[in-house]
Design a binder for this molecule. Sequence first.
Ligand SMILES: Cc1cc2nc3c(=O)[nH]c(=O)nc-3n(C[C@H](O)[C@H](O)[C@H](O)COP(=O)(O)O)c2cc1C
Length: 349
Amino acid sequence: MSGTMNARETLDQLWKPGCDFLGSRYALLGGAMSWVSERNLVSAISNAGGFGVIACGAMEPERLEEEIVATQALTDKPFGVNLITMHPKLDALVDVCLAHKVTHVVLAGGVPTGATIRRVRDGGARVMGFAPALALGKRLVKLGIEALVIEGSEAGGHVGPVSLNVLAQEILPNITEVPVFVAGGLGRGDAVLSYLEQGAAGGQFGTVFAASKESIAHERFKEAFRRGNARDAVMSVQLDERFPVIPVRGLSNAATRHFMTHQADVIERFRKGEIEREAAQLEIEHFWAGALRRAVIEGDVENGSMMAGQSVGMVKEIRPVADIINTLVDQAVEALQRRERRIHAEPAQ
Ligand SMILES: Cc1cc2nc3c(=O)[nH]c(=O)nc-3n(C[C@H](O)[C@H](O)[C@H](O)COP(=O)(O)O)c2cc1C
């Protein structure tokens, strides 16, 4: 019993900077997921002691306002809003967050400007950003970012080239001015603990929450997650370096296979002089337009974009968010206890 108490206290101490920053019981974030991270999932995560984040994506300010108000009706706990920096109405979206007293704004999809960071802070909210490399993380801290997320290439959705294992070693010892949360490939509490011990403030999860009971994703989408293995969550493949492809990780399906032949066709037409380079690039990019919605909302798991992290292999059943969060916390506590026992074990004769 006292072992359990001590381990829980140790965990609380380890992620205290994360909990204090987020204002949540546990430093476990539900990363924003377009189409998935809406009122139901976000409030469920925050109500269970984690920290939910609304994915604004391409929403208009009025639509975001509606989602914020609806989420606030479902939880009195803090939650965040993830805004894409290249949204043409970014300032208006920030203002909507501030007007509704959203406590945390996460700026994603590119390096935010100092002006946007100041706008959030001056309006009374806390501002978070993504650091895909140490130099960028340091620059964001200088610009006034108050917390960072480092996301490894194991993650679902748009990804960088470096694994969390390496990013953590490069960034955690060198950025200590602000809390740093880790993301990508996390499926268990012991893994979160290991990053806390390296200096992280908490962990961010996407895939495991996308497959939760409260997630509004289509049943077929969740079922594909339940059946998927780590090796099925692959990164999009670029056929020709003249035509860059944004790296996205998701479950392989008919769409990922078709994307290869689509690229090959477009490149062949470009080679024959039938289309200009710019038009060819656009045709390649347009392939995925609307594809995430098709998978998440319509349940077209073959022709949609099945964004998922390698952590998908750890989704064994569709569980309520509170169960998922409690299990993550218990796993971290048990890992601490196991370590205690190992340290104090009698040496072998
Ligand atoms: C279906 C899906 C959609 C996502 N959409 C977004 C998004 O719109 N904005 C964003 O910043 N991250 C997005 N992500 C990344 C998550 O917020 C999170 O960082 C990532 O899923 C963590 O890795 P994991 O999936 O291994 O847990 C998405 C991830 C998934 C699986």
